[in-house]
Design a protein around this ligand. Structure first.
Ligand code: 5MM
Length: 339
């Protein structure tokens, strides 16, 4: 893509998303994902409770000190606080850039049992135009890669990374910064070394596809998994090992021109996710060509959800928890987090 004003705008938005040692918060859980989390916490699974939960997070006082951008789910874009203020306005007041999840979940990859490919390309151009008009500045698309014996197949890796590149090119054409999220999930008992091997293949494929579709890397944020053993693996890894293998993998596969790296937490508990992010930034500061930060959902606000429980009297305590985790991760982004 040419280096026009359009591209400069994309690059400056991408830089702003990872600036000042802050990160991103993912509050883009689909209806079914959030409903499942509500069910476990004993919260009614209705649109009003989803709106109320998003209000708790978006109106947390001081959140703009730690969060540059929030990834929203479609229904949240149009919702308001109980007092009638649109969430988009609340975010603007807080200095938080609004973004939107554009993938539409996954479907079976035909011919490849157990493997999935992400949906949402069909009407993407129309959705992008509408969201750009509403003031959304960036977007997110997640591909899911499962490790299981010989899996992932090359077909799964290529199908998902190609879709990510098609989405990224469409976003940039509309002036929206794409977050590309190829998630190698933690399910299974695989070793940390196997996660490193698979993640590196996935990232190499992703950047090949992004290049093919002429995506400008200065206007892209990568949202990868950290390199971790499977959640059922007998041995847990130290933050030092996670940091070493994660940095090695990223340095091998991610071009230095990418605007930033913002990790997903992938089901790690909040302290572990912060310790791992901290070790990456503390031990490898000099070797990282990109800002390396957070784009967590569960590791930033799952405790807030469990404290809130759908009750007005718990809002303040839930917001305190969210703010505290946001602060902790900013410290981890600076390599100064202590548990
Ligand atoms: C991997 O999930 C993303 C990051 O969340 P964690 O930090 O909790 O791992 C997250 O943005 C995810 O993509 C959204 O929550 C939407 O997920 P669903 O499955 O509802 O589309």
């Amino acid at each position: 893509m040419e280096n026009t004003d359009h591209m400069q705008q994309l690059i400056s938005t991408a830089k702003a998303m990872v600036a000042n040692f802050k990160g991103l918060v993912a509050i883009d859980e689909s209806v079914s994902t959030l409903n499942k989390r509500f069910e476990l916490a004993g919260i009614p699974q209705t649109e009003e409770y989803r709106r109320a939960y998003r209000e708790v997070l978006i109106t947390t006082p001081g959140i703009g000190n730690y969060i540059n951008g929030a990834i929203l789910f479609d229904e949240t874009v149009y919702q308001k606080t109980l007092t009638g203020i649109p969430f988009m306005e609340e975010l603007k007041k807080a200095g938080v850039i609004p973004g939107i999840k554009l993938d539409e979940g996954t479907e079976d990859l035909a011919g490849f049992p157990k493997e999935k490919v992400t949906k949402g390309l069909d009407d993407l151009a129309e959705r992008l135009t509408a969201y750009a008009k509403l003031g959304l500045k960036f977007a997110k698309w997640r591909g899911v890669i499962l490790i299981d014996g010989e899996l992932p197949s090359v077909a799964c890796i290529v199908s998902n990374t190609h879709a990510l590149a098609r989405y990224a090119a469409a976003c940039q054409r509309e002036g929206i910064v794409p977050i590309v999220e190829p998630e190698v999930i933690m399910d299974g008992d695989h070793t940390i070394e196997r996660c490193a091997e698979v993640t590196e293949s996935v990232l190499r494929s992703l950047f090949k596809e992004l290049h093919l579709l002429k995506v400008e890397l200065g206007g892209v944020i990568l949202k990868p998994n950290m390199i971790l053993a499977g959640k059922d693996a007998p041995q847990k890894s130290s933050p030092e090992l996670v940091a070493k293998l994660t940095v090695n993998c990223l340095r091998n596969a991610v071009p230095a021109t990418v605007a930033g790296v913002a990790f997903l937490s992938g089901g790690q508990d909040p302290v572990t996710a912060s310790l791992n992010l901290n070790a990456i930034n503390k031990n490898y500061k000099a070797e990282l060509p990109w800002p390396v930060t957070y784009s967590f959902s569960r590791a930033l606000h799952q405790p807030a959800l469990e404290i809130w429980k759908g009750k007005t009297e718990n809002v303040k305590a839930a917001q305190d928890s969210f703010l505290q985790l946001a602060k902790a991760n900013k410290a981890a982004r600076e390599g100064e987090f202590k548990s």
